[in-house]
Design a protein around this ligand. Structure first.
Ligand code: 4NP
Length: 154
C-alpha cells in the first residue's frame, strides 16, 4: 500500500513544523509504521529557506531521539497534490495555506489540533528553551492521536 503523505507547515519551518515532523517520524518508527507514512515539513514564509532547524529545536529533538535531516523549504503548488494531508500550526498558517491553494489541490488541510478543538500551537521561536520542549510534548501527543486516526481512516 502507498504510504500516507503528510506535510507539516508553520511560518518559518525551523520550530513548530520540524518538531511535529520529528515527533511523527519517531512515533511511526516506534509503532513499526515507517512504511505506512511519509512525513515532511515546509514554511509559508521564505525567511529561513536553506537553513536547518533552530538550535533549540535540534536539542529537543535529539533528547527525544527524534532528530532527522532537515533543510527548510517553502511550500509550493505541487505540495497540494503530492500530499494527502497538510497540517498547519495556527490560524495564520491556515489562512496562508488556503490563500495559496491551487485549483487542482487534492490535499486535505487542517489545523494539527483540529480533532481536539482547534487551538493554536504557540510559537516557541519567541520564547525560552523550555517552550520548545513543551511544544514537542504537545505535538507528540497530538501526533499520537493523528496516527491512530490515520490507521483507522487514512
Ligand atoms: P516557526 O517559528 O514558524 O515555528 O518555525 C518561527 C520561525 C521564524 C520566524 C518566526 C517564527 N521568523 O520570524 O523568522
Amino acid at each position: 500500500m502507498k504510504p500516507l503523505r503528510v506535510l507539516f507547515v508553520c511560518l518559518g519551518n525551523i520550530c513548530r513544523s520540524p518538531l511535529a515532523e520529528g515527533a511523527a517520524r519517531k512515533l511511526a518508527r516506534l509503532r513499526g509504521l515507517e512504511e505506512s507514512f511519509f512525513f515532511d515539513s515546509a514554511a509559508t514564509a521564505a525567511y529561513h529557506v536553506g537553513e536547518s532547524y533552530d538550535p533549540r529545536v535540534a536539542a529537543v529533538l535529539a533528547s527525544h531521539d527524534a532528530l532527522f535531516e532537515h533543510t527548510v523549504r517553502q511550500i509550493g503548488p505541487g505540495d497540494y497534490r503530492f500530499f494527502d494531508w497538510i497540517l498547519g500550526m495556527d490560524g495564520e498558517n491556515m489562512r496562508d495555506l488556503r490563500a495559496r491553494r491551487p485549483a487542482n489541490a487534492t490535499a486535505r488541510l487542517a489545523l494539527v489540533t483540529e480533532p481536539w478543538g482547534g487551538g493554536r500551537i504557540t510559537d516557541p521561536y519567541y520564547q525560552d528553551d523550555w517552550a520548545c520542549e513543551q511544544t514537542y510534548l504537545e505535538l507528540e501527543d497530538l501526533l499520537a492521536g493523528w496516527l491512530e486516526r490515520w490507521r483507522e481512516a487514512p
